[in-house]
Design a protein around this ligand. Structure first.
Ligand code: AMP
Length: 934
């Protein structure tokens, strides 16, 4: 602000610097409408500098900063004068106080157990106001009441109704003025009342009747059986139906929901439209799907369509293990896949809904990770609706003070400035309004939003539990507390919206539907609206035949594209050198290295019109500087990706450096690939051991999702692995853990040792119709090993060799010992044998450890039927690596009467030693031992 203007302003001001909140408020009003402030203020604001071309927010923020600076200067303190202007200031401060802190005195807890202090800022006296001022008119600034001024009495009532009723809105932590104003407008213009039509009220009641009716029915029919009842949180059902209906009306085509087990059966039957008779069968122990293992009923997912005024919406409830909250990134990944398929980058066509428990949302780190992902390029989906079924009991028996440190369980959402709408679960109309605002906010601003459904749990953790044992006071109240259905039916009867007879009829009708085993969801439709057909991928196995070859001409053409660097895109000299080499590889002057082979595989896939998606902490460049799929312009920082320029109409190539997380990124990619059978999806761990942090995703989804839930997943995981003296952590990707999870041909574990192998392995994952996870122990030093090179001809066969026999021209009859191995140790064995000029040892590489290629190994062993010594050689300690999990496969392949021995590091608690010298000694010893013929 220019000196002169500021001086004039100060001279004419009644205000101290401490009143900047008021000035901000007034100035914002002035920006919205210059007539909304008094003439005196208008004159002051008119004198403020204008920045041509800048938007209102910018001008405002610049001036706001000026005010803030001013506020810090004690010399400028002037006392608020008495009189009308001073009161006006206080009134605007009162409005602000309600916006900031109204939620703290809102009526949120249906049980009335929350002990909340009176908030001083919400008291009239705190603002030097009193009921004596109630009849006086005041300017109400931006308070969205549809008028400029109000009597203080009316304003006070409106503020209490808006901010201290059944909705406690937390949104003043948002810095965007536009978003804050939008939320204010939505809440204040209706004073937080839903104003539902009679028909809408009836729908809400029906939702509550169904929620309550199903639980009572199950409780009576299957007493004591675990069902993780929704009772107490019944409003979740009308909430979800409102969300889906409104989303469909606004153009959404698919909704994907993730939730843990509480209330899941209710959602399945009363929202998704699962036939109750199927559920009853499951309670009775019957199941009609023939899955290898199957899963309990409260982990089941479901798919259906739901009719809305905007057309049918496809609903998918994600399958979910017991591990709380891990389903969130899975759901969001599934949504991203569906959005990508629909070429929708704004999120309008597919809506994610995640349903959380109150202690889980606060306690589980994966929630923070998904909030952190919510606006990141690789993972954003245009916002997620996050619902907390806040039943005030953590997990089985914990009280909130033991399960979190923040005021609300939802505090974590503030990290991304998500608005949080706390709502009393016993006021279903408020629930509907909160739901509408949440969805509209998500659609408008493409950001996450939270609805905290404050409710209670009518029974114990499961139906066999006795909750009074640990929560005696709460359950004294719960036992006497009427159900949400009862409360709402009574309300509608007393206001004359329905008669008692109608309420009873609806209840009886719902029960009849259950008795007859009929679908209870009027909006349910048979499934037609989902966007992908999985049938071509069903019923295949890893050794299926498929079109493999790719012509040399095509490879040359693609290689030239992969190696092409635009002239006007200067890159770092090291990258330039790498690309110069790639040009030589493309023209046949050099054999191809790993990075080139990988890029060529991606090029061949996008050339087929299929998508490639790679995420990982260093995915663009590659942890070890080998991939360079993204070229950074050294002058302007812009990025160029050769793989986006393969041909017109090619498949998308998406490579993204991920957020720094393993568990939620891997879960996201699992979700992505279980919703998208086409193309290649890769998650790359920066070092293989980083995948330790994502073990739950391997255990509970990747390795067993098909067997538990019949959901295929073609995700590829690149886990750098190899003993190069980098110490206990960065040596091992813990191969043994993946092998231990292998059964039922559930996934593939591969250790490719040449560029041609990685090329064909990646292509195989796409071209072959089978969709199963692929765990790859990917290399580090082999990326630049002079022997780890391949020709275009080797790639052109399209064959991934599960077993590679001896490559040197040795006399097979002279062989006395056969060494089996996988990965980089192969090259050490080969080089040592060559140095030794040995002819009596053959080295056979097992490139796919699971499913084990018995026949291929046996075919290779045909030449060695005379050999008596067979050894498995590994770099890993004996209790790790492939030895314990795979030795039975090796044994089964060797000739009868022969035996297999082990060569490698001795068993060890740590994966590797931390001293380079010890590492080198160990490595040399194991190579020597493997090559020694007894
Ligand atoms: P959704 O769009 O997830 O509701 O899936 C719709 C239908 O596609 C499901 O009912 C399944 O029949 C099939 N489907 C979806 N995902 C998979 C998958 N990962 N593997 C096999 N079939 C699937």
């Amino acid at each position: 602000m220019p000196e002169g203007t500021m001086k004039a302003w100060l001279e004419s001001s009644h205000l101290s610097g401490g009143n900047t909140a008021y000035i901000e408020e007034l100035y914002e009003s002035y920006l919205d409408n210059s007539q909304s402030v008094s003439e005196q203020w208008r004159e002051i604001f008119q004198e403020l500098p204008k920045i041509e071309g800048a938007d209102v927010e910018y001008r405002h923020s610049a001036i706001r900063d000026e005010f803030r600076e001013l506020a810090k200067q004690p010399s400028r303190q002037v006392v608020v004068s008495s009189g009308a202007d001073a009161k006006q200031v206080k009134v605007l401060q009162l409005i602000n106080a309600f916006r900031f802190r109204g939620h703290q005195n809102a009526n949120l807890d249906p049980l009335g157990l929350w002990l909340r202090d009176k908030v001083r800022d919400l008291q009239l006296s705190h603002h030097d106001l009193s009921e004596n001022d109630f009849d006086k008119d005041f300017n109400i600034g931006s308070f969205a009441a549809g008028q400029e001024s109000m009597k203080l009495g009316d304003l006070h009532k409106a503020l209490k109704k808006t901010y201290c009723g059944s909705i406690g809105a937390e949104y003043m932590h948002i810095t965007s003025t536009e978003e804050k104003r939008w939320l204010q407008q939505r809440l204040e213009s209706v004073q937080s009342s839903a104003n539902l039509s009679k028909e809408q009220k009836l729908d809400v009641l029906k939702g509550l009747i169904s929620a309550d009716g199903l639980e009572k029915y199950l409780g009576a029919k299957f007493p004591g059986a675990k069902r993780f009842s929704l009772e107490g949180g019944d409003s979740l059902i009308p909430m979800l139906k409102e969300l889906i209906t409104r989303a469909g009306t606004h153009g959404a085509k698919e909704v994907v929901i993730g939730m843990a087990h509480r209330g899941r059966l209710n959602v399945l039957v009363n929202v998704m439209g699962k036939n109750p008779s199927k559920l009853f069968d499951e309670f009775g122990g019957k199941h009609d799907e023939v899955l290898t293992s199957g899963d309990v009923k409260y982990h089941q997912g479901y798919s259906s369509d739901f009719v809305t005024p905007g057309g049918n919406v496809h609903l998918a409830l994600a399958f979910n293990p017991s591990h709380l909250e891990i389903v969130n990134p899975v759901v969001i990944g599934s949504v991203r896949a569906r959005l990508d398929r629909r070429n929708c980058d704004q999120g309008d066509l597919v809506l994610p809904i995640t349903i959380h428990g109150d202690s889980a949302i606060a306690g589980q780190g994966v929630v923070q990770e998904t909030f952190n992902m919510s606006q990141a390029r690789a993972f954003k989906v245009g916002g997620t609706i996050r619902i907390v079924v806040n039943n005030q009991v953590g997990f089985t028996t914990s009280n909130p003070q033991d399960t979190r440190s923040g005021e609300y369980c939802t505090d974590i959402a503030k990290m991304v400035q998500a608005p949080i709408l706390h709502v009393n679960g016993d006021d279903p109309e408020a629930v509907v309004l909160a739901t509408q605002i949440a969805l509209d906010y998500r659609n408008e601003f493409k950001r996450d939003v939270v609805i905290d459904l404050v409710c209670y749990r009518r029974h114990g953790h499961n139906e066999a539990d006795e909750p009074s044992a640990t929560q005696p006071l709460m359950y004294k109240i719960v036992k006497k507390h009427p159900t949400p259905r009862q409360l709402y039916a009574d309300k509608l009867i007393s206001e004359g919206s329905i008669t008692a007879g109608q309420a009873d009829e609806l209840t009886a009708y719902y029960r009849k539907l259950l008795d007859e085993g009929q679908c209870t969801v009027e909006q349910w439709r048979p499934m037609t609206a989902h966007s992908v057909d999985w049938t071509p991928f069903l019923g295949h196995d890893w050794d299926d035949e498929y079109e493999k070859e790719i012509s040399i001409d095509k490879l040359k053409e693609l290689a030239a594209k992969v190696a092409k660097l635009p002239e006007d895109h200067p890159v770092h000299s090291r990258v330039k050198k790498l690309y110069d080499d790639r040009k030589k590889m493309a023209s046949g002057e050099k054999l191809l290295d790993w990075g080139m082979a990988e890029n060529l595989a991606y090029a061949s896939i996008v050339d087929m019109g299929q998508r490639v998606r790679i995420t990982g902490q260093d995915a663009g460049r590659g942890t070890f500087f080998h991939r360079h799929a993204v070229l950074h312009n050294q002058e302007d920082g812009s990025a160029y990706m050769p793989l986006k320029h393969v041909r017109e109409g090619q498949g998308p190539f998406d490579v993204h450096d991920s957020v720094l997380s393993e568990v939620s990124v891997l879960a996201f990619e699992y979700g992505y690939t279980t919703a998208e059978p086409a193309g290649l999806t890769i998650w790359e761990a920066q070092f293989g051991d980083f995948a330790n942090c994502a073990q739950v995703v391997f255990d509970q989804f990747i390795s067993s999702g098909e067997q538990k839930w019949g959901r295929l997943c073609g995700l590829t995981m690149l886990l750098p692995h190899g003993y190069e003296g980098q110490g206990p952590e960065h040596s091992s990707a813990r191969l043994e853990r993946y092998l231990q999870l292998c059964a039922d041909h559930n996934m593939q574990v591969c250790i490719p040792s040449t560029p041609a192998q990685v090329f064909n392995m990646l292509r195989r994952q796409v071209v072959r119709p089978m969709r199963r996870p692929l765990v790859v122990m990917s290399p580090k030093s082999l990326l630049r090993h002079p022997l780890a090179v391949s020709s275009l001809e080797e790639m052109s066969t399209g064959v991934f060799h599960n077993v590679i026999g001896e490559i040197d021209d040795i006399d097979k009859k002279a062989v006395e010992k056969v060494v089996f191995c996988s990965g980089k140790v192969y090259y050490e064995l080969l080089e040592q044998r060559r140095r030794n000029e040995q002819e009596n040892v053959a080295i056979i590489r097992i490139e796919q450890l699971y499913p084990f290629p018995e026949k291929e190994l046996q075919a290779v062993l045909e030449d060695y039927q005379h050999v008596k010594q067979f050894v498995w050689c590994q770099e890993e300690p004996q209790n790790q690596g492939a030895w314990y999990c795979s030795q039975h496969h090796f044994r089964a392949a060797i000739p009868a009467g022969t035996y297999l021995t082990y060569t490698g590091r001795k068993a060890s608690a740590a994966p590797a030693v931390g001293y380079m010298s010890v590492h080198v000694k160990e490595q040399q010893a194991l190579v020597n031992e493997a090559l020694t013929v007894e």
